[in-house]
Design a binder for this molecule. Structure first.
Ligand code: HEM
Length: 224
């Protein structure tokens, strides 16, 4: 992953901002302006991620802080999951003779698989939309032009399909993960269980719908 691909910089200097101008609308209210541009100003946001904190912090530094926090968080999450699996295996060194799963769900039984697929997805996703090294027709990735890259990237149908399948894994992972977290915090009792399960499922489905709306909108040519 080259420094230029990650930060859109050439020889240490930021590139000229390839920011799309917001379409002019009748209000000066930023929320109304954002709404009026239909797609928001995603390129300005990408530039902001790199320039935030300037001149106190150099270009891209705070973004790297956030990246490192995310990386440490995901590493801790995976480590805790592996340790939990080991503890569970140690608690029952000899497997069940007959195993009929009763109070469990498909999401719960497939947590490890959805987790592994998500980890692979994140690696692909960073190579795809952050570095531009996979999933684009040659020469169609432009550093820092996020709107353009989203349209060019998701116009490749099999890349979009992969994203939708990965988001289905995320949905399953969250469905069980949120419910499990609520139980660990001790918030589930006989009365609240149904409501908390529904809450976890609702959040997972909203996240799924929100994420897949991007590839779906590009493939349907609602966003061009
Ligand atoms: C359909 C679903 C998704 C879409 C359309 C999407 C879109 C994007 C785009 C356009 C970027 C580049 C932003 C930039 O260059 O400033 C990006 C970066 C990123 N996305 Fe996603 N994303 C999706 C799902 C996810 C998921 C599920 C995760 C995490 C589990 C994730 C984590 C990240 C991370 C960590 C970055 C890198 C930011 C950076 O360090 O530069 N994304 N995403």
């Amino acid at each position: 992953m080259s420094t230029q691909a990650l930060d859109g910089k050439v020889e240490g200097r930021p590139r000229p901002a390839p920011v799309r101008e917001a379409r002019r609308v009748w209000s000066s209210n930023p929320a109304v302006v954002l709404w009026g541009t239909m797609v928001g100003t995603i390129d300005s946001y990408a530039l902001f991620l790199r320039t935030m904190g300037e001149p106190l912090f150099p270009y891209g530094l705070l973004l790297w802080v956030v990246r490192i926090v995310l990386l440490v968080s995901v590493t801790l999450h995976v480590t805790a999951a592996v340790q939990l699996t080991w503890m569970s295996e140690a608690a029952r060194p000899h497997g069940y003779d007959t195993k009929h799963s009763i109070a469990t769900t498909y999401a719960a039984r497939t947590m490890r698989w959805s987790g592994v697929i998500l980890a692979l997805f994140v690696v692909y996703h960073l190579l795809h939309l952050t570095a531009g090294t996979v999933g684009f027709q040659p020469g169609t990735y432009v550093p820092l032009s996020v709107y353009h890259n989203v349209v060019a990237g998701f116009s490749v149908w099999y890349v979009s399909l992969f994203y939708v399948l990965a988001m289905a894994c995320l949905c399953l992972h969250l469905d069980h993960g949120i419910w499990s977290m609520l139980q660990t915090l001790g918030w589930s009792d006989a009365k609240a269980t149904r409501a908390l399960r529904a809450l976890a499922r609702g959040v997972a489905l909203v996240v799924f719908a929100g994420f897949i709306s991007v590839p779906v909108a590009v493939l349907a040519a609602w966003v061009r």
